[in-house]
Structure formats: C-alpha cells, structure tokens
Unconditional design. Structure first.
Lengths: 407, 537
C-alpha cells in the first residue's frame, strides 16, 4: 500500500494537492542528536570572547560573514550557511531529571499524562517512512532493546528500537548453525502451519501476529544497517571514531535506508567541574559528525527532507564556578537545527551583551515543538492525540512555530 | 448440535443456559460456530484454569473418554486443583498489581495470600474487601500490597479503574470531557476515603503498617476549566456522601499513638470504603467484577475496554452483564461458581473456527470463540511442556557462589550464557512478552521483538536440541514418520494431526533424511512459532 504510493511520487504534480502533500510528508525524516547533560553555549554556538563570562577559547569566523562559533567547532563553522542556530532558548527547567523529558516530550502543559518522546510522537503522527522498517530507532551508548516507555501514553509499539552501543538486539541474528536456507525453510513450514490455522477464522489478531513475523524477518534480512561494525572505514574517519561519530554515521545510514526518526544520544556533557578541558575534548566530538552529517545529507539531496536537530536539556551558566565548571542554565542557551524547511544560515537570537539573558522573549520547548512539527508537515495546532477519550494537544496551545528559522 | 438457533429461549435454568439465550437473542437467527472439539476444549480449559497446555497423555485420555459429562468433570477437577490457585493468582496479580512490585509486602507474601484465597471457595467480595481495608494487622496483611505505597492519587485511580470500571484519571482535574456522567466529584469522593491513609512503621517490630490519620473535614477541589471551588466528603460514585463525624477534642480516637504508629481515629473512612464498595448493593462493583472475570475467560469484556464502563461505551450485551452481576451477588460472589457457569455455557465452548459459509463475524457477537494470546507465563510453561523440557528447567540450580546473571547482556548479546534458573527464564519471558509494568494487560499485542525472540532466542534453540527424554529426543528414537507426526502434534498443539498434516511432516522428513533429528527440530520450531500454539483458541 505505502509502497504503491511511493511509486507515484514522480507524478506528484499531477495529483490532488492534498495527496501530493501526503506523499511528500512520507519522505520527511528526522535525526535528533541529543547531548545529554547540557553542552555549553559559550564553548560552541555562542562564544562571546569579549564577555566577562568567556572561557579560554577563541572564537572563529564561520561561512556566514559576521557570525562566529567557538574554535572548538571548526567543521561546523564551515557549514554555518547550511544550518540555523537559535541562541535564545529560555526553557525554565534547570534539572536533568525533569528537563530531559520536558525538552524531549514537548510537555504541552501539565495534563497529568506522560507525553511521548519526540521520536515516538513523530512515529505516531507520520507513521513509518518505510513500512518495512521500524519508525523510531535510538542509537545510544549502553543497553539497547525495545524501549516502550519512550511512547508515553501512546501504544507501546511506538516505542524505540534501541541499538545499544550501536548494535541491534541480539535476537535479530539467526542462531548459530541456522543457515539462511534453513531459516527460510523453517519459516515456510511456519507459514504453512499458520495458513491452516487462519483458514475459517476471524483474522485480525492472527494477521497482526503474522505481520510481526514478517517485520521480524525484514529486520533480520537488513540487520547490517543496524550494526555499526559494518560502516565504511573511510566514512568513520570523517565522522570520528569516537562513539558519537560512529553513531551519527550510523544514523545517516539508517536515514538513507528509510527510518523515519533516528535519535543519537551522547552522555556526560554535564560539565560542573573542569568545563574547559571537558569541552575541549567533547565539543569536537559533536562538531565533526554534525558537520559531516549535514554535508552528506546535502550532497545526497536529502537535506531538504531531513530535519537535523542537535540539542541538550539546557545550556550552561555564564558564571564559571570555583571548580572551573559551568552549572545548569535554562535561561539563555543555544540549539542547532538544519534541513527540511529550516532556513540555511539563520543564526538568530538577541541576547544581553554577555550572553547571560535573552533580550525580550526567548523560545521555550513549545515553540521548538511547533517548529519541528510544522516543518515535518504536521499541523501542530490542529492535530491532536486521542487518549482515553480526551483530545490532547501535540504541542503547547499558546506557542507558535519559530518563523525566524523557517523557510 | 444444531447450528442455527431460533429465538425461543431454551427454558433451562442454569446460569450457563441463560447466558447462551441472551447471546443468541441479541443476534437472532444467524449461524453460530460449532461446539469446539474435545481436543480444543481440553487445551482451552487447561490453559484457562491451570495456565498450561495439557500433556500428550491427558489429550489421549480425554479423547478416549466416551462418558457423558466428561467436560463438566474436567472443569470440576481442574478448578479444585492447586494449579488453579497458582494460575489465577498470576492472572489476578497482573490484573490488580499490573506487574508493579510496590509497597512493603513482598511479591511472595502477596502470592501466598492470593493462593490461600483461591484454594477452596474464594469469595470475590471478601478478597477485594481485604485488599482495600488491609492495614497490616492479622492474616490479611499481605493484601495491603494492592494499595502499594499508599499514594493517594494512585490508590484513587486504581480503585476507580480496577474495581469500578471507571478510568477517572482525567476527572482529577475536571469533569470528564466526553462522558457526561463521570464527574470530578467522583474522583474526589473516592479520594476522600483514602487521603488519610499512609504508611507508618512500628518501631519495636520494625514493620510497616497502612494506618489512617484523623479525617475531620471534606476535601477541596476545583476544575481547571472554570476554577469553581467545590468540596466533598467520602462518596462512592453511585452512593451517598458520608457525613464526617465531628468529635469533641480528645474524643476523636479509639486508641492512642504507640510504638511509632499514630493514634487510631474512631472514624476510619478506608474501612468504610472497603465495606461499602464491595457491598452487594453497589452495582458498579458487581458489574465490573463479572466483566473482568468474563474477560479473563472470553478474551474481551462485555464492556470493553474494561475501564470504560460508561454511557458512551455501552456493553455489547447489557442484559447479560446485568444478569451476571445479579447472579454473582445472589451467589455470594462465589468466584468458582461463576467461572464454572461461564465455562459450561455454549458460548465459552464454541469453536474458534467461523460457522460454515460465514467469512467474518463481529468479535463482540460471540458467535465464534475469540482466540486469546497466551500470557507470558502461560507461554513459557507451554513451551517447556511442548518441548519436553520441564524436568530440565526444574533441575536448574544456581551455584551458591555464582555471579548474578547479566540479563541485560543476555538481550544485547554480551552475555552468551543460558539463564541459570527457572526464575531467571521467567523474568526473561516476562521482560519480552509482558506489557510494560503499570499498564493493563488486556489487548493482544504482538511485537517484532516477541517474534524475534521465539524465532531466535538461545533458549528456544537449546530446548529443541535432543536431550534425554525431551521431545526431539523422543521423536528421534521413533521409526515411523506417522508416529512422529502424532507425537509432535500431541506435544505441541495438544491434538492429533490431520491426515494432510501427517503427510506434510512425512514429506519434510523424507526430504531431510540425512539430518533427521535437525529436521524434527525444524518442524517443532515451526509449530512453536505458529499462531495455533501462541494463541489460546
């Protein structure tokens, strides 16, 4: 069904606009790079070397005249004209435990329900981009598996397929000693047994059961795309051989294969102590693969349909503490967005001279979620979740998309 | 047995006959599925009552038994057995605790309490009353696990949802937006019964109790929509508001504070709730109770989803729901009586195959039996029994100095060991096949990870290797492919193979002659992964 629609894509202009739009939406994909703990805006997007809060790093010119990033981001500085940066995020929550879910769930007011994380939300609202692949894959250090809690109040099936350390769940592999031929043969037996059972029976649950096997076998057949061991060594060099580099490269591969939403997590950005040495080590690990991803998507003609977001739960304090660290700072910090209806080269945000506060109103997570949903073609004010008989907003009722960064 | 029923009522007395009358009455003169054959009936009843598939011997014996009333005899035997108590403990755990292990009562203590209750003649209202009123004293101590950590809102929501069929979660902040009769006052009326309950520790014995503090005034609440301030005393959704008695200062308590436990007030609304909620006059309770028991046996509630019993979601068979509720009450909430009556009905005993010539029927018409997905616990037991590895699993023993089994590594592939104990295997099955803790396990939910597990898990492969006495070992020692087919179908699918199926097995074995033992494992693998095995039908 979806495959048939996809085959019509070339005739988009001949179709009724609403159908053409639907087909286009099918192509929209997302990569969320999550820097857990909070990257310092001073050591990345908003260096302000003249500010009294500046650290030891220089700022460098970017590809946009007059715009500077920290010298820790040399690769991203070269592609500043392909991305947008919002330097005036003001998000209220200074705690990891509540800030992470708030920033990833959009949290449209306290309704007493657990909102889905962004990946699950997009999986629900847009469905899979390729019906043979899971809509939401999460690449993270540590453990993997099927993580249904990401789905919040949505059905557990909208949860994430998590690739722990970039590896797929063990059950995606054929057991030792079972060849592809043998696996095919025994599945043929299984299907035969099922056909007999299904005949003369009401079929919906039984079909759903069979479908889960079809999907399982498709995953098994394509398991290489879920395995970071299979990545091209040259690409690895370009993205960086550290975990974040490998995982962003793997994300590119999954996006190319047709996964709707890929989240990549990197941890330990919580630089309360020794912020500058830590940033010197960490920020380049984000800079290198982020720039490589943007360039690769652009070269492949995918950037216009692929939204890339790199963010944390908050920024870091202007004030440098006694341990040469920076603490949590939700009042004025930076987020990068690119692709898929996001302007190229919009580095926005009016802050006080030292970067500590927003001049005027900043942007909160509600604005961000409206922006993300809007560029994906989701009507963020009109579309609702249905949960236990209630219609629930998918993003804050009282926020609007951030037009400054949208095409 | 006639396939087509007229409108005339059967005129027979037992509740099971009246159930059938009302199901037939609703749809009129249409064909119904036949009565399930003996093998299907045996498998269904054994799964429903004992949580396992029957053994090959049990199947053969039941098929050979030609006596009238053998089905009733089977029901009676299984429902009074120890496996019934164990399996229904499991089912009710999943229903009432939703796999959350909260509070100070251990899972084992609670299991023992439930098993003890379910042996003999369990009375549903007694059981629920104890779950609400348990304060830690006496024999019902373990029942307080139902109230978990005594979080006031969690208790209110759980009691409304699980015991009254009312998901009032959104009525915490405002009247239900689409269900007119569900009011915010219903939520807070229940809340007012519970808002003085808390955990307290007796110092000397270092034991936690669920005590009630002094409740002397109504609870205040306001709607987030119009900000109108309201208040209520304890009140059941269809009941009268309880007047909170006012005592003279110094007269409020029955017993003074002692040993770290607070004074015991004279007015203890939670105890009142336990009595009033489970009273035979509380129709909501009786209806919710029978709806849930019906669901456990029939695969869907007469009112479905189970916690949406309201005017916008009318039951499929309102008269039947009323009848069951009334009869359950008049039989003193006798659980086994109700189970037996439902199971003796034609509607329970129907085949899961559609009536001849009918391509599809609505699931809530009960014209055909609905297949139910096996619970994670049923599935594990069934796989072990089917593959003949029950003894192997029982014999597992954890070495005393063994390191803790790395379960996460088992799923990521960094741990390639087999689990060291049956308990660990159970946890792996539950982690894979159960719904997430804290969610109701009601609807069938297949999943890619579940299919991948049954296809590729190390345990499954291990169980399909020949080992003395297990299925593959037994089969590999047989000569005739016909006998192999028979043994395999009896063991895995609890029935004899049809002719075509026996031929199919024979063919596959002939084509794989040089690797016969492996080919037997292929066939058993295929049957284990088939819908016929993983559903109770």
């Amino acid at each position: 069904m979806l495959g048939a629609l996809g085959g019509l894509a070339g005739f988009g202009s001949l179709l009724h606009p609403s159908i053409a739009k639907q087909i286009k939406e099918k192509k929209k994909q997302v990569c969320l790079i999550w820097l857990d703990g909070g990257i310092s805006q001073y050591e990345s997007w908003h260096p302000l070397p003249e500010s009294k809060f500046a650290g030891p790093f220089r700022s460098i010119k970017t590809s946009i005249p007059g715009i500077h990033f920290s010298e820790l981001m040399p690769n991203t500085a070269k592609i500043a004209h392909k991305i947008s940066v919002i330097r005036t995020m003001a998000t209220k929550d200074p705690n990891h435990s509540t800030g992470v879910p708030r920033m990833q769930r959009g949290d449209p007011l306290d309704r007493g329900v657990d909102y889905p994380y962004l990946g699950s939300a997009v999986a629900k609202l847009l469905g899979p981009a390729d019906p043979e692949l899971p809509p939401y894959v999460w690449i993270k250090p540590g453990n993997g598996g099927f993580i249904h809690r990401e789905a919040g109040f949505l059905d557990a099936r909208y949860g994430a397929l998590a690739l722990g350390d970039g590896r797929p769940p063990v059950h995606i592999h054929r057991p030792d000693g079972v060849t592809a031929e043998l696996d095919a043969a025994r599945n043929a037996l299984r299907q035969k047994a099922n056909e007999r059972f299904r005949a003369y029976r009401n079929t919906s649950d039984i079909d759903a059961y069979e479908t889960s096997y079809d999907m399982a076998r498709q995953l098994m057949a394509r398991k290489d795309i879920f395995d970071d061991e299979k990545l091209d060594p040259k690409d690895r060099e370009r993205y960086g051989t550290h975990p974040l580099g490998r995982h962003v490269l793997q994300a590119r591969q999954l996006l190319e294969a047709g996964v709707r939403f890929v989240k990549v997590n990197s941890y330990h950005w919580d630089t309360h102590g020794d912020n500058f040495n830590m940033s010197q080590r960490l920020v380049p690990q984000a800079d290198q693969p982020f720039a490589a991803l943007i360039n690769d998507l652009d070269d492949r003609g995918m950037l216009d349909d692929t939204l890339v977001v790199m963010m944390s739960e908050f920024g870091r304090t202007p004030l440098i503490n006694s341990r040469l660290g920076r603490d949590h700072w939700p009042d004025c910090w930076s987020i990068a967005l690119a692709g898929c209806g996001i302007k190229r080269g919009a580095i926005i945000g009016d802050t006080t001279k030292d970067g500590a506060f927003v001049n005027g109103e900043g942007y909160d997570v509600g604005h961000l979620f409206h922006t993300i949903f809007s560029v994906l073609g989701i009507q963020s004010h009109r579309q609702k979740y249905r949960h236990k008989g209630q219609k629930l907003a998918i993003a804050h009722d009282d926020c609007e998309p951030i037009k400054e960064v949208m095409l | 047995m006639s396939l087509v029923w007229g409108f005339s009522l059967s005129g027979q007395e037992g509740l099971h006959n009246r159930i059938d009358d009302l199901i037939r009455f609703k749809v009129g003169d249409v064909p119904f599925s036949k009565t399930a054959d003996d093998a299907s009936f045996l498998r269904r009843v054994t799964l429903d009552l004992t949580g396992n598939i029957p053994t090959p011997d049990e199947v053969i014996t039941f098929l050979a038994d030609k006596s009238a009333g053998k089905r009733t005899k089977l029901l009676n035997r299984l429902i009074s057995g120890e496996s019934f108590a164990a399996h229904w403990t499991e089912r009710l755990n999943v229903m009432f605790l939703e796999r959350l292990d909260e509070g100070k009562v251990t899972q084992e203590e609670w299991d023992n309490f439930m098993k003890e209750t379910l042996r003999g003649k369990p009375l549903w209202d007694d059981m629920i009353r104890q779950m609400i009123e348990a304060n830690g004293q006496g024999a019902s101590r373990a029942a307080m696990k139902f109230l978990g950590k005594a979080d006031h809102h969690a208790m209110t929501e759980d009691i409304a949802r699980l015991l009254l069929g009312m998901d009032l979660t959104c009525a915490k902040c405002h009247d239900h937006p689409s269900v007119k009769e569900w009011k915010q006052a219903h939520y807070w009326g229940l809340f007012a019964y519970l808002n003085q309950t808390k955990q307290a520790t007796a110092k000397k014995e270092n034991k936690v109790y669920l005590v009630e503090g002094l409740s002397s005034k109504k609870v205040d609440f306001e709607s987030v929509f119009d900000l109108v301030k309201m208040s209520t005393g304890p009140k059941l959704p269809a009941g009268e508001e309880v007047v909170i008695p006012q005592y003279e200062k110094g007269e409020e308590y029955d017993k003074p504070a002692a040993d770290g436990l607070p004074a015991v007030p004279k007015f203890r609304p939670r105890e009142l709730l336990a009595t009033d909620l489970t009273s035979k006059d509380n129709e909501l309770f009786a209806r919710n109770s029978v709806n849930r028991i019906w669901f456990l046996l029939m695969g869907r509630g007469l009112s479905h989803p189970l916690d949406e019993m309201h005017s916008k979601n009318p039951p499929s068979h309102p008269k039947l729901l009323d009848l069951l509720a009334r009869e359950f009450v008049s039989h003193g909430f006798d659980l086994k009586w109700l189970i037996r009556e439902i199971m003796m009905s034609e509607v329970y005993q129907r085949s899961s195959r559609l009536p001849n010539g009918v391509p599809k029927v609505e699931p809530d018409s009960y014209r055909v039996s609905l297949p139910k997905g096996l619970t994670p616990e049923q599935l594990l037991r069934a796989v072990l029994r089917a593959t003949g590895n029950v003894e192997w699993a029982k014999a597992l023993e954890v070495e005393p100095d063994a390191e803790k089994f790395d379960r996460k590594g088992y799923f990521t592939g960094s741990n390639v060991e087999l689990p060291p104990s049956l308990g660990e295997i159970e946890s792996i099955f539950i982690q894979t096949f159960a719904h997430p803790p804290g969610t109701a396990e009601v609807d069938f939910s297949p999943g890619v990870n579940k299919s991948l597990f049954l296809m590729n898990d190390r345990l499954i492969q291990h169980w399909l290797k020949p080992r003395t006495g297990n299925l593959i070992d037994r089969l590999s020692k047989m000569d005739a492919p016909d006998s192999m087919a028979k043994e395999m179908y009896l063991a895995v699918l609890s029935r004899l193979p049809e002719k075509e199926e026996a031929i199919w097995i024979t063919d596959y074995l002939a084509r794989n002659e040089p690797r016969r033992t492996a080919a037997l494992a292929d066939l058993a693998w295929a049957l284990l992964n088939s819908a016929e095995f993983t559903f109770n039908h």
